[in-house]
Design a protein around this ligand. Structure first.
Ligand SMILES: [Zn+2]
Ligand SMILES: [Zn+2]
Length: 266
């Protein structure tokens, strides 16, 4: 998603309120008043669908990037947070999987289909793990704006967000399960793009570096994002069987390698 579309989507999601009085004045100065634009997305109609990926790992689909939920012995880690208007439904879907508390929200990158909802988790004091480059954006854009036009829980009960950052790699473990977070070096989609890897389960979770396009003719050349994804997997020597796409379900690693232009033996 481009930064401009991304911002538009955040605004549509009510995730980032423009506080500028100038905007209000500008709107008031426009005559005659235009009828209010219909909502771009009918949030009320969106349901969260849960898919069990096995090994106490689940994928939640709603609108925007899918959320991966890894259930450990005493807590849950979720990867990405979709849009703010869906936060209550997402939390209910997670509670239906397990009553354990959410220990961390891992954020792959700042685009609003992945990060639009992070304020709802910050409001509950859930730490957000993201790349150090993303943190700056959140602190300056998402958490500094007072949200006066569209108050959310965090605006009503302000609380400093808790960030924990990743540079190249971070390993989270509860003694029974391990989740690794890796920087996707050199990926052009977003600076500081993180991917998550479950070594025991051989599952890789990636955002926006590959999205299957069923029924659509193959691209004339592999996407540089996907080429970079495979390069990062190889660089880190990750033993991956299945790749969970934050957009578009999951595939065996061979499908992703083929999409990157690799032959089955490469
Ligand atoms: Zn993105
Ligand atoms: Zn995305």
């Amino acid at each position: 998603m481009s930064p401009i579309r991304s911002l538009a989507a955040i605004l549509a999601a009510g995730g980032l309120a423009l506080t500028a009085p100038a905007l209000v004045q500008q709107a008031a100065a426009q005559a005659p008043a235009a009828p209010p634009a219909p909502p771009l997305i009918d949030w009320a109609s969106i349901q969260i669908r849960t898919t069990n990926l096995g090994n106490n790992t689940y994928m939640l689909e709603g609108q925007g990037g899918n959320i991966t939920v890894a259930v450990g012995s005493d807590a849950i880690i979720m990867i990405d947070g979709q849009f703010a208007p869906l936060s209550d439904k997402i939390k209910a879907a997670i509670r239906a999987i397990s009553p354990l508390p959410i220990k961390y929200l891992v954020n792959t990158h700042h685009h609003s289909d992945h990060a639009g909802g992070i304020r709802a988790y910050a409001a509950e004091g859930i730490p957000i793990i993201t790349h150090e480059l993303q943190r700056r954006y959140y602190e300056q854009q998402i958490f500094k704006s007072p949200h006066t036009l569209n108050q959310d829980r965090l605006a009503r009960a302000p609380k400093a967000p808790v960030f924990e950052t990743v540079k190249d790699k971070r390993v989270l473990t509860d003694g029974t399960r391990t989740l690794e977070l890796h920087l996707m070096r050199g990926n052009l989609h977003s600076e500081g793009l993180l991917m998550a890897y479950l070594p025991k389960e051989k599952i890789l979770i990636q955002a926006d570096a590959f999205a299957p396009r069923p029924g659509v003719p193959p691209l004339p050349a592999p996407s540089p994002y996907t080429v970079n994804l495979v390069e990062n997997i190889d660089r880190l020597k990750l033993d991956v069987e299945r790749v969970v796409h934050v957009h578009g379900g999951s595939d065996p690693i061979a499908t992703v390698r083929a999409a990157a232009g690799r032959s089955p033996t490469e």
